[in-house]
Design a binder for this molecule. Structure first.
Ligand code: NDP
Length: 280
């Protein structure tokens, strides 16, 4: 598999999305995040994933401006994602929520706007408004997050445009095989959230063994596994050394046997909420 840091995946609407990006959940300190986003862009990251509920869209926007200033890149060189929160869902609320995210970030469009969680009685009407904004050229791509197969089937039956992506919890303890097969059949890209299991997977003995074998870190083994499985991945770090480490996964390749050994770690174990049983 011939992948580089600049590798993209072609989404089903023909938009290219970087395969490796930066996640920014749980970063509340403004300066820390501005600096991380700026550093990431200077280091070659082109994709940033935030959400309105993270409460940090202003800092992401400032980091983007500083990153563009130091690199000489243009806005269109980047791929910026945000997500609509559950409280803002519903046909009549979507446009204001989208506009509010844009205003906070100081941007005039997003590359990807996601339904953050599949609130049962709201995701269809929310999607219908997102389809309108997409068709009007206000959003480059629209997608979903935390959707199970049955949510997607319900969405397909009631709406026109297929999501480009489903961003879900994904790591060696939760590899979502059946969901990925379904997404592949429907040309929907899978994207991993908490790819490092928020750090927990990095002490797994088998991952550490592979790290030693390939002379890489545990995080690098797991991120490479994502990429070789055709999963877009967005590890979070605000640490310059780890930002550099997490993008340094293109000079080695896991063997088929090692890919399968990591796959065998699956326990269908979530660290985050269950999309079929959440109360927010
Ligand atoms: P990750 O699995 O990315 O793990 C992040 C943790 O691992 C941080 O504590 C980070 O610390 C540490 N870390 C990062 N790189 C390394 C490394 N090379 N070596 C050791 N430790 C490392 O967790 P997240 O939950 O943040 O998930 C990633 C992104 O996914 C989020 O930031 C967010 O954008 C998205 N997400 C989406 C959700 C959804 O519902 N759609 C839900 C949850 C997350 P440090 O910063 O100190 O390096």
């Amino acid at each position: 598999m011939n992948l580089t840091f600049a590798s993209t995946t072609l989404l089903n609407n023909k938009v290219e999305m970087p395969r490796l990006g930066l996640g920014v959940f749980r970063v509340e300190d403004y300066d820390e995040l501005v600096n991380a986003v700026k550093t990431a862009i200077a280091e070659g990251y082109r994709s940033i994933d935030t959400a309105s509920i993270y409460g940090n869209e202003e800092a992401v926007g400032e980091g983007i401006r500083q990153g563009l200033a130091v690199t000489g890149l243009k806005r269109e060189d980047l791929f910026i994602t945000s997500k609509i929160w559950t409280a803002d869902m519903g046909y009549d609320k979507v446009e204001l929520a989208y506009q509010t995210s844009l205003t906070k970030m100081g941007l005039d469009y997003l590359d990807l706007y996601l339904i953050h969680w599949p609130v049962a009685d709201k995701f269809i009407s929310t999607w219908k408004k997102m389809e309108e904004l997409y068709s009007a050229g206000k959003i480059r791509s629209i997608g979903v997050s935390n959707f199970q197969i049955h949510h997607l089937e319900e969405l397909f039956a009631a709406t026109e445009i297929k999501p480009v992506i489903n961003q879900v919890e994904y790591h060696p303890k939760l590899n979502q095989k059946a969901l990925q097969t379904f997404l592949n059949q429907h040309d929907i890209q899978m994207e991993a959230w908490s790819p490092l299991m928020n750090g927990e997977i990095l002490t797994n003995p088998m991952i550490l063994e592979l790290a030693e074998k390939y002379a890489k870190s545990a995080a690098q083994i797991v991120l490479r596994w994502d990429l070789q499985n055709n999963v877009v991945t967005i590890p979070k770090s605000t640490n310059a050394e780890r930002l550099a480490q997490n993008k340094d996964v293109f000079d080695f390749e896991l063997t088929e046997a090692d890919m399968l050994a990591i796959e065998a770690l699956n326990e269908d174990r979530r660290i985050g909420p269950d999309p079929d049983n959440f109360d927010f």
